[in-house]
Design a protein around this ligand. Structure first.
Ligand code: NIG
Ligand code: FE
Length: 422
């Protein structure tokens, strides 16, 4: 049966409603109608069809569910000792070279039971849901050795089946670090990923995207190209970690191959920027990672001027982004990167969904915007205006978080009343 949800401000993120003055397409005194997990109608509350029961949320904001388009949420272990060393001045890349960093999480993941790995991921996703997140991209990339990568991808797939958690988009992070056992045979490692693992992941439907960390202490453009071409042959999309520490040409490669996203970009240079300008590749900004690493922001104004669509994500991982909070990333994107609140909100809804092929692609169910036909993924905030979403740091201000019409999270003491409109 149809149910309407009404609120003082319904932030649709619908491009058809957006104007220069109102890029978020807000309907004041608005409502959405939900039937069988989909949005069937959006508009002013006064135009609702008679007889539809209305849940009146009152003088608050209702938005699409947030979409976190870059996370490494599948991990085990803890890097607290390394974190303390880094906060006291230790260098992230030097720690990684000495066998810490990604490789230390790799060791935990290798030793972790598959069920426990899945449980830890599920717990993280459940906490993300309390913050308003209804879709999460989850990368592998800590297994590193083939069997442990498979274990991660299977854990992600198992958790993705749980409808009481956010919707999951799995990514095979194929090149993240060379595992210690392959240090003497880097070429053999890349070849195995290219010729065995990527085709297997594509065949078994274990991921929708393939990612690679292209940077001075990570992987070269030529190595990533081989793996991405294998991904394309298998029908998988491409995401690329680019320019986190140095620009070695990852953005040019991403643009050339039609990647869905380039992520990080703190050090992207003019040639990479130029390549992105002419592409449809979206820029995923990860402000909590650059904050943790005490880095200067990416060239956000140039990206904006070049017409590159901006996405904001949490980067949730045990090393550079020890958070699970997309709203915190939005607050940092506004405070430290100079995004407008509307840019930040679009970067965590429609643009993030588009980067995950969940908006603007034919055939799929749209997410990240409240339009007829989209998944009924939405958040009722305990906030009077969308400008406030980027303001409260470190607390959850959600009242109600819904995925496909089902409640993922309801805040304590939240009381809604349903009344048929007559
Ligand atoms: O996105 N840059 C590489 N990967 C992660 C960090 C991984 C880690 O330190 O565990 C990132 O920042
Ligand atoms: Fe990352």
């Amino acid at each position: 049966m149809s149910v309407a949800h009404a609120a003082r401000r319904v932030v649709t993120c619908d491009p058809a409603r957006a104007t220069q003055a109102d890029p978020l397409g807000v309907v004041e005194d608005g409502a959405i109608v939900v039937l069988l997990g989909r949005v069937t109608w959006v508009g002013p509350r006064g135009d609702l069809a008679p007889g539809v029961p209305v849940v009146d949320h009152g003088d608050v904001v209702l938005t699409p569910g947030l979409v976190d388009a870059h996370t490494h949420a599948c991990w085990s272990g803890s890097r607290h000792a390394e974190y303390a060393v880094r906060m006291a001045g230790g260098n992230y890349e030097a720690i990684a070279k000495a066998g810490g960093g990604i490789v230390s999480t790799h060791k935990s993941v290798v030793g972790c039971d598959a069920g426990v790995l899945a449980q830890e991921l599920a717990a993280r996703l459940a906490r993300m849901a309390t913050l308003g997140v209804t879709t999460v991209e989850v990368k592998s990339g800590y297994g590193l050795v083939p069997d442990a990568e498979r274990k991660q991808l299977h854990a992600i797939r198992d958790v993705a089946r749980n409808a009481s958690l956010p919707h999951v988009v799995p990514t095979f992070l194929a090149l993240h670090a060379i595992p210690p056992v392959s240090r003497q045979d880097r070429e053999g490692y890349v070849r195995h990923v290219e010729t065995v693992l990527v085709p297997e992941v594509a065949r078994d439907g274990l991921a929708e995207f393939v990612d690679a960390y292209v940077d001075r202490d990570a992987f070269q453009v030529a190595e990533a190209r081989r793996v991405f071409e294998a991904a394309k042959r298998g029908g998988l999309g491409i995401r690329v970690h680019v320019g986190q520490f140095a620009d070695i040409g990852g953005a040019e490669l991403a643009a050339e191959l039609g990647a869905a996203s380039v992520d990080h970009l703190e050090h992207v240079g003019p040639s990479g920027m130029f390549a992105l300008t002419a592409s449809k590749t979206r820029a995923i900004l990860l402000p909590t990672a650059s904050f943790t690493l005490a880095q200067t922001p990416p060239p956000v104004a140039s990206l904006r001027d070049a017409g590159v669509e901006l996405v904001v994500a949490s980067d949730a991982n045990p090393g550079t982004a020890p958070t699970e909070s997309l709203p915190l990333a939005l607050a940092f994107a506004v405070r430290a990167y100079g995004l407008t609140p509307a840019e930040a909100i679009l970067g965590a809804t429609r643009h993030a969904a588009a980067s995950l092929h969940r908006f603007g692609v034919s055939g799929g169910v749209p997410r990240g915007a409240l339009i007829a036909g989209a998944a009924a993924d939405f958040v009722v905030w305990d906030l009077p205006h969308e400008l406030a979403i980027v303001q409260p740091w470190g607390v959850s201000r959600t009242r109600l978080v819904v995925r496909e019409g089902q409640v993922l999270h309801q805040a304590h003491g939240h009381n809604v009343q349903t009344s048929p409109r007559t």
